[in-house]
Ligand binder design. Sequence first.
Ligand code: IPE
Ligand code: IPE
Ligand code: MG
Length: 256
Amino acid sequence: MAKKKSNYENLIQSEKLPLHIAIIMDGNGRWAQRRLLPRTMGHRAGMSTLKEIVRACSDLGVKVLTVYAFSTENWKRPWEEVDYLMKLLVEFLRKEINELHQNQVRIKVLGNYSNLPLECQSEIEDALQITRDNPGLLLNIALNYGSRQEILAAVKVLARKVAAGEIEPDVINEETFSGLLYTKDIPDPDLLIRTAGEMRISNFLLWQIAYTELWITECLWPDFSKDDLLQAVWDYQQRDRKFGGLNGERQDGINA
Ligand code: IPE
Ligand code: IPE
Ligand code: MG
């Protein structure tokens, strides 16, 4: 099985790589439960996977990786779990920042992190500052992120501008709207991976994934490996992206 999977490396066409991969990193809790471990241990194992997948995307030459780390709805979980996730974020940034920086990774946060614990905020600010000019992989960490909230915030900005007479409603188009989202200036994801098998989007990048290719695997996030990533990329390369048309051309003119 492992032998077969590693073949994907040779099969991938470097000129057809997805520019932007987004991942819903799901299944940490189930991974732990299956091992009779506390859920928190699943999150810890998931952190190692994240490290490996960031490196793999960097090596592969992917330009943007967006990972869903904590949703606006994840606050509903027991406070011990939320607290652990916040501490794990601090640990991840502290431990990994040097290597990420050396590998030219630029970190960005999607979501409102101003109401996270102060320790998280300062670690995030440091990571953003240290990596801000790096030319390598852009790593977007979706943290306290909710797509509906993101869309509503953009709607409010536009509504205020219209009410103040600054703009006419008719000038609002897809471009102006996209420019008000956290993903401003970032191309939409080409490939969305969800681990742990759920067939849903869970409030992730609803606007941005209009024409994204979906790839859902039963594999739980802590078990997800570079080979799984390569398989997803290979599978993506077999797809015929049509964007509503007939000949597989992207609306933005970039060859898919
Ligand atoms: C994903 O794993 C991590 C976060 C949501 C933070 P889960 O914790 O949702 O794992 P399952 O879905 O319970 O297995
Ligand atoms: C999505 O997973 C959020 C993250 C991976 C951070 P959830 O586990 O929160 O999604 P649902 O609740 O199964 O839809
Ligand atoms: Mg889950």
